[in-house]
Design a protein around this ligand. Structure first.
Ligand code: CP
Length: 302
């Protein structure tokens, strides 16, 4: 596996993450570069292989690659590809790697063994763009970057994850990142949405959790994994963020969501206008974080 790959956050040090944030912050102040700013990268490509749907991550990596002088080549779901003829994800990746991209960005389900695949392609930097329930490391990094951009110290944060933690790769990556950076994570939500054996503090009530939190992150209720079992009105009444429940959150705390949002379920639409919401800042900053990671993949360092 290339040393510049990013499959999880366990393997990054706090110092490396600080350098990634610092580069992302510097990039935020630059005029977006185009390919002409990187004459030595002319003709280089990045393979964006998305076996599962995505809007934010895919377009954000695509933008990041363009700004870093790489031409993105994209596989976006099975439609129109030989996956429809029964070719496996593994063979698909080996064939795309044979076209010699400079970096491989992959979103997949749990069934793909990303670690084994990236080991099988040792010279090719591999960036995990969301891997089943295993992790979404670039999302957790961009979440923390949104807090850093507000002048907050990552190690002092108390992050409340609300709702569907059991199915969330974003939550899985925050558990890893919190161990590296030192912030606290707590959970709240229906028992059937939380891990069977939680390793973090659990609040029985949303209001108690919000009173504790410096950052409240609602997680998407993964309706596709709760067939017919969730009363969404009831869920919002007990666990939803709205003008009433958010009275319990401190004025200086922030409201987050990795997206996509089920409006009226995890949060009511007026939450977007709450001055504490950084939901779109998360998305915007994600491009700079991914630029920094693409640059690290190309140059082997940040
Ligand atoms: N947050 C996130 O991963 O969104 P997408 O599925 O749209 O990429």
């Amino acid at each position: 596996m290339s040393a510049a790959s990013l499959l999880d956050l366990k393997s990054l040090s706090a110092e490396t993450i600080a350098r990634i944030f610092s580069l992302a912050d510097r990039l935020s102040g630059e005029k977006p570069a185009d390919r002409d700013h990187f004459p030595n990268r002319r003709g280089l490509s990045a393979a964006l292989v998305f076996f599962e749907p995505s809007t934010r991550t895919r377009l954000s990596f695509e933008t990041a690659c363009l700004r870093e002088g790489l031409r993105p080549v994209i596989l976006d779901g099975a439609a129109g590809s030989s996956l429809e003829k029964g070719e496996s994800a593994e063979d698909t990746l080996l064939n795309i790697a044979a076209m010699n991209p400079s970096v491989m960005v992959v979103r997949s389900g749990d069934a793909l063994d990303m670690e084994a695949m990236s080991r099988a392609l040792p010279g090719l930097p591999w960036l995990n763009a969301g891997w089943g329930r295993r992790g979404h490391p670039t999302q957790a990094l961009l979440d923390l970057f949104a807090l850093v951009r507000k002048g907050l110290d990552p190690a002092s944060q108390r992050l409340l994850l609300i709702g569907d933690v059991r199915h969330s790769r974003v939550a899985a990556s925050h558990f890893e990142l919190a161990r590296v950076l030192g912030y606290e994570v707590a959970l709240c939500g229906p028992a059937s949405f939380l891990p069977e054996r939680p390793t973090a503090r659990v609040f029985e009530s949303l209001r108690d959790g919000l009173r504790w939190a410096t950052a409240a992150m609602a997680l998407r209720v993964q309706l596709e994994r709760h067939p017919g079992a969730t009363d969404l009105k009831d869920y919002h009444g007990r666990w939803g963020l709205n003008a009433d429940s958010l009275k319990a959150l401190a004025p200086k705390a922030v409201i987050m969501h990795p997206g996509p949002v089920n409006w009226g379920v995890e949060m009511s639409s007026d939450v977007m206008r709450d001055p504490r919401s950084v939901i779109l800042e998360q998305v915007g900053g994600g491009v700079w974080i991914r630029q920094a990671l693409v640059r690290r993949a190309l140059e082997g360092k940040v």
